[in-house]
Design a protein around this ligand. Structure first.
Ligand SMILES: NC(=O)c1ccc[n+]([C@@H]2O[C@H](COP(=O)([O-])OP(=O)(O)OC[C@H]3O[C@@H](n4cnc5c(N)ncnc54)[C@H](O)[C@@H]3O)[C@@H](O)[C@H]2O)c1
Ligand SMILES: [Fe+2]
Length: 373
């Protein structure tokens, strides 16, 4: 069966925030990224809520959202019992809001009437997905909560909000988008609809991410990458992800590698690994041809090498470390964590999406490459 749906209404562009004007007589819980706290941008967003609404702000959001912060937000939810939640920020802020909603609705036997996501990074696609990725710091673990009712009702893509992101955040989150596209392209539930999105996103990221990184205030480029991020989210929400994310979640939990960077470090090795399956190899190659990675004809295996080289070149051009060791993780510590990384990756919610079921030896081989020489 090939099912496809988009549950989220997406508004993109300069007037997209006007959509907030339609909220009336609502108790709104606004979960926002700490970089927005006290900012003109946050005031501008709040100015779209009419005076007949009540608004409570929760901004104690941390990257790789820890359960402890989610609990703090949950206390506010429980006292305030919002009817609407608006999440503004990077994937961590949106996921924090989704997790607060997840626990808050359960505890209070309540139901939000609307959940609105306004991303400030072009990366996770969380504004259109059913997932909230949270961290259990006490156990150094990170896991996704996946429920279709967590898919936001409305996503507002307002590219100006992304422009303040530090260069490294733009680079890492852009590489997360590329990873979502490559993983969903070959994932177990991929279909023609998700392939169309994934192929387009691969083309946009390879042709525009570096330009956007170099010219962060270019509105048109930012808007295109921002839309590509949501498009990749729609693709993977339906098609699934794979072992890049299963491993990357562990690199975030154990070594605090930023999510998009952890994905990018792992992606080339997983593409090489999955390409042993002729169908996957052909799909990767076709996407790369459509993205214009080579002119003229080249065989599928040549295209795989070209994809891997392009990912590495892109990372180098954006000053991204390409291995755990380059990131600063001690080789001994990385080696010691091997068995734990492998077993937690296998248990990760994204693992079943991979087109090939890897053995523990396969996972170890990939992880050792990610550690670096
Ligand atoms: N829910 C999903 O479907 C999904 C998918 C992939 C990843 N994730 C998760 O999302 C998280 C990563 O999200 P992310 O990559 O967006 O990073 P992030 O939300 O962790 O943000 C990274 C840093 O950038 C800051 N920041 C964000 N936007 C900014 C802006 N416009 N200007 C200045 N600073 C800004 C944040 O305050 C933070 O310090 C990880 O926990 C990852 O596992 C979720
Ligand atoms: Fe991701």
């Amino acid at each position: 069966m090939a099912d496809f749906y988009v549950r989220t209404k997406i508004y993109s562009g300069k007037s997209s925030l006007d959509e907030l004007n339609s909220l009336h007589n609502q108790k709104i819980m606004l979960v926002c990224d700490p970089f927005l706290d006290g900012s003109a941008e946050l005031e501008m967003i709040k100015s779209h809520f009419g005076n007949d609404n009540q608004v409570k702000v929760f901004s104690d959001v941390k990257p790789n959202p820890p359960l402890d912060n989610i609990k703090l937000g949950l206390e506010i939810y429980n006292q305030y019992l919002p009817q609407v939640m608006v999440a503004v920020g990077g994937g961590s802020a949106i996921d924090t809001a989704k997790a607060i909603r997840f626990f808050g609705e359960k505890v209070n036997n309540s139901k939000l009437s609307c959940f609105i996501a306004i991303p400030t990074t072009s990366g996770t696609g969380s504004e259109v997905t059913n997932t909230a990725v949270v961290s259990d710091e006490a156990n150094n673990s990170k896991f996704p909560i996946m429920e279709d009712y967590l898919i936001p009702d409305i996503a507002i893509l307002y590219p100006e909000l992304v422009m303040s992101a530090p260069k490294s955040v733009s680079a890492f989150s852009g590489l997360d988008v590329l990873t979502h596209a490559f993983e969903s392209l070959v994932a177990q539930d991929a279909n023609l609809f998700t392939d169309a999105l994934a192929e387009k996103v691969i083309s946009v990221i390879f042709s525009k991410l570096l330009e956007s990184y170099k010219r962060p205030n270019d509105y048109a480029l930012r808007e295109e990458i921002h839309q590509a991020s949501s498009a990749a989210g729609i693709a993977f929400n339906q098609a699934g992800l794979g072992i890049v994310h299963s491993i990357a979640h562990q690199l975030g939990a154990v070594f605090h590698v930023p999510h998009g960077l952890a994905c990018a470090m792992t992606l080339p090795y997983v593409i090489e690994y999955n390409a042993q399956d002729p169908k996957c190899c052909a799909k990767y190659a076709q996407a790369a041809r459509k993205a214009g990675l080579v002119s003229g004809s080249a065989g599928d295996q040549v295209m795989i090498r070209k994809i891997v080289r392009n990912i590495r070149d892109l990372m180098r051009a954006m000053d991204c470390p390409q291995s755990l060791q380059q990131f600063g993780v001690d080789r001994k510590d990385a080696n010691e964590a091997t068995q734990r990384i492998i077993s937690d990756a296998r248990a990760d919610g994204t693992f079943p999406g991979n087109p090939i079921v890897p053995t523990d030896q396969d996972l170890e081989m990939i992880y050792k490459k990610v550690i670096g020489n």
